[in-house]
Design a protein around this ligand. Sequence first.
Ligand SMILES: NC(=O)c1ccc[n+]([C@@H]2O[C@H](COP(=O)([O-])OP(=O)(O)OC[C@H]3O[C@@H](n4cnc5c(N)ncnc54)[C@H](OP(=O)(O)O)[C@@H]3O)[C@@H](O)[C@H]2O)c1
Length: 172
Amino acid sequence: MKVILYIATTINGMIAKKDGNSDFVSSEDEASFNKICRNTGCVIMGRNTLEYFKSLPIESWPNTDGIHIALTSSKSLSVSHPQIYFTDSPQSALKLAEQKNKSGIVVIGGSKTWGSFMKENLVDEIYLDIEPLAFGEGMPMFIGGDFEIKLELIESKPLSPQTIQLHYRVKK
Ligand SMILES: NC(=O)c1ccc[n+]([C@@H]2O[C@H](COP(=O)([O-])OP(=O)(O)OC[C@H]3O[C@@H](n4cnc5c(N)ncnc54)[C@H](OP(=O)(O)O)[C@@H]3O)[C@@H](O)[C@H]2O)c1
């Protein structure tokens, strides 16, 4: 099972503003993100990120043709979407994806969810789309634990004259 993190960030590693808004991401980031989600066919997100997608029509969710898995400790969440499953840990999310015959997943955020996959050393690849801005206070990329993970750069390329994409493999 290949586990990919897909992250849009400022130059100083912030993934959302203080109020939780990530409206700084570019249309080129969104297009690349949607392509990778569709190719993989399975996305995992935390409950807070799910709250954002709940406000959008299903056609605007990533990975429209595949499955969505939301991490939560709640037993009572429900969302009107034909292909969403709930589970309470990164490991059980991977198990569920395997049961659904998926060979890869994209973890689409946010900070706590990415942090838990990194802490458990479950990540194989990371896409980092760097947008041309910085802000002093906001949400850091990873929350929830100490870890040190070494990476190898697979590719770096401009998505536009303003947005750079770095693609890393995790050294195991
Ligand atoms: N820039 C980007 O690329 C990007 C992408 C996505 C999201 N975002 C931003 O990220 C923010 C949300 O991030 P966030 O860190 O607040 O929340 P999050 O990771 O989306 O969701 C956190 C929640 O998910 C559940 N969860 C996460 N890890 C878990 C684990 N190991 N086991 C069990 N449950 C787990 C918990 O839900 P319960 O509390 O229900 O137990 C936790 O409270 C938003 O502001 C959004 O805009 C940015």
